[in-house]
Design a protein. Structure first.
Length: 381
């Protein structure tokens, strides 16, 4: 059972998007950014996390996890992810303690955590000491819902009650996306209020995650109308991008140069991620071999988990190594999304030379098991 090329491409695009979000906060880049860059680049990059969650739903939901399959899921998918997270938390703690803090570092990599911060992060207690760990904490929790959601989806399919799925998605869409987006738009009109029209805390993020899971599952199993041809899908993607950019421009204008966060839950992000996934997942383009570019996409996809976990550490080390007094243009050449991805990717390739580290830190198994259809963790499959 071979890999699904289109999913590798989606995963590679997602990890580049996530890295870009963090690197775009680099001071040397922030000062040089103009409105169109933040609107087009930063807002578009925020579909990275939703794409990872949709991949998980696409690959994992609807399976049979009864009996011994549940134990296999927990030991081969969930437990390795937990061990990898705890390992990277310890590694990140050590790197942040050893590498000096530079005054020009972006906020996402600044700071030296104490043992209390490390313990709280590893125990899922409070805010993690590295900002990107929030996703892994969320994913580890959401993964425990996959067998339950799968049992629910299989049962309603057997009973012919698929409308239960639409009801669940409608509720999540309303509370986790529509109401927050309406609240944001009302803020643009100058109306401020303290009420929070969505589920808060972990419940809110979990609701968003389940919605993205179900969106991926529906893309794989949903019945599509005849008019939804490949050109129509790309047209929908173009329309969703225009909507996303328009909302980002409004937020940039009314919220003093601040774009909305991906964790807030907004319809433009959901729509764009879903339209992109829909356009790429069934595209005949991926049925053909693409030589070197195809191997690059495959390698980046296989190392997506490692790139995610190491990219802020690579950025911290890069800032520490840069000479003092470097001109701003030189800093922009040295520190940008491309260099961050390449450095993180290289680090993963080096780590992958050791079999145990490849399995524990990169969540990569043997080539025989390295199939997009068999892997569960969408960020590394």
């Amino acid at each position: 059972m071979g890999r699904i090329r289109s999913l590798d491409a989606i995963r590679s695009l997602a990890i580049v998007a996530v890295v870009s979000i963090h690197v775009m906060q680099v001071p040397a880049l922030v000062h040089g950014q103009v409105m169109w860059m933040r609107v087009l680049v930063e807002s578009t990059a925020k579909i990275g996390v939703p794409l990872f969650l949709m991949l998980t739903g696409y690959l994992m939901l609807g399976r049979d996890y009864s009996g011994g399959r549940l134990k296999r899921f927990l030991t081969r998918n969930w437990l390795p992810m937990l061990v990898a997270f705890e390992s990277w938390a310890a590694i990140s703690f050590a790197v942040q303690r050893l590498v000096p803090v530079a005054s020009v570092m972006p906020d996402v990599v600044r700071g030296v955590p104490g043992l209390k911060g490390l313990a709280q992060t590893m125990l899922f207690w409070g805010e993690p000491f590295m900002v990107h760990f929030w996703y892994m904490q969320l994913a580890i929790g959401l993964y425990l819902l996959i067998p339950v959601l799968s049992a629910f989806l299989r049962q309603i399919d057997r009973d012919g009650n698929r409308w239960y799925l639409h009801l669940l998605m409608g509720a999540l869409l309303l509370y986790c996306f529509a109401l927050p987006t309406m609240q944001l738009a009302i803020g643009w009109l100058g109306h401020r209020f303290d009420a929070q029209s969505r589920l808060g805390g972990f419940a809110g993020l979990a609701g968003q995650g389940v919605m993205y899971f179900l969106a991926g599952y529906l893309i794989r199993t949903g019945v599509r109308p005849r008019w939804l041809t490949q050109p129509a899908r790309w047209a929908l993607l173009a329309a969703s991008l225009a909507f996303l950019w328009a909302c980002a421009a409004a937020q940039y204008h009314f919220a003093h140069a601040s774009t909305f966060r991906v964790t807030d839950g907004h319809l433009p992000i959901l729509l764009t991620a879903a339209c992109l996934f829909l356009a790429m997942a069934d595209s005949p383009f991926w049925l053909r071999s693409h030589g070197l570019s195809g191997r690059i996409v495959l390698s980046l996809s296989q190392n997506a988990f490692g790139v995610y976990m190491v990219h802020l550490l690579a950025l911290r080390i890069l800032y520490w190594a840069l000479p003092d007094g470097m001109p701003s243009w030189a800093g922009m050449v040295a520190v940008n999304p491309l260099t961050a991805v390449l450095l993180s990717w290289l680090a993963c390739l080096l780590v992958g030379l050791a079999g145990p580290f490849r399995r524990i830190l990169l969540l990569r198994r043997g080539q025989a098991a390295d199939s997009s259809r068999r892997y569960g963790l969408a960020i590394n499959a």
